[in-house]
Design a protein around this ligand. Sequence first.
Ligand code: SF4
Ligand code: FES
Length: 266
Amino acid sequence: MTDVRLLVQRFDPFKDEEPRLVEYKVPKREGMTVLDAILYARDYVDHSIALRFSCRQASCGSCGMKINGRPRLACYTQVDELAGEKVVAQPMENFAIIRDLVTDLGSFFEKHAEVVPQLVRSDLQEQEHPTSEYVMKPEELTRVLQFTYCIKCGLCTSSCPTVATDSEFPGPQALAQAYRYTADVRDEGGDGRIAILDTPHGIWRCHFAGSCSYVCPKGVDPALGIQLLKRHVMSGHAPRKAGEGSPTAKAGIPAHGPGSGSSSGG
Ligand code: SF4
Ligand code: FES
């Protein structure tokens, strides 16, 4: 059995002046992920290694880190797929380090919340006393589907050069979600989102570096979402009127039956 040379960046802001790389030897096994290797080091060599993880299946988004220089999910990266003799695990860029591999995602989630990432509608009566589903056609779902796959891991934001230089920029994750809901035919909140984003530190600060889309582990293309959002603003797109994308009864579409299933909103 060969060993993996695992180097983990260690840093405790309350004790350390500078981050440092510490090497651990980890017995390699077939199919071993970088998360497996770090957990081995934590469990058998040094219990004080701090990292964040949960699902171990690329679903929860908590194990984002920089691995051999590139933002990746540790649970979704096999040791064997990495080039070179070493595995180097470091915290994500563009976020403050809490300890070791754990970063502070507070501002990331605040920016996500600021773009109102949910369906906004004025038919409160229907929401309180639903008579039917809010439906969308398959082609309307296709327009936003890839953006619903976002697991909020932060990898795209950690790779963004604009985030690195402008702390007020919402970042690719939040902007892609702003597009995801604004482009949803059932939503009426586009005007409110655009008012927040059509600002000096908003969508126009994106210079289309494209690194966000390059590193996304879920096939989301945040750079595309941002450009589509820009087009939405430039075209003076009329906001949807209340009632469009309305419940099936109002749209004259059968509420039940083949193809009538509604999306949960992603
Ligand atoms: S867009 Fe991709 S990289 Fe960015 S937070 Fe969502 S899943 Fe992660
Ligand atoms: S542990 Fe959940 S995405 Fe990696």
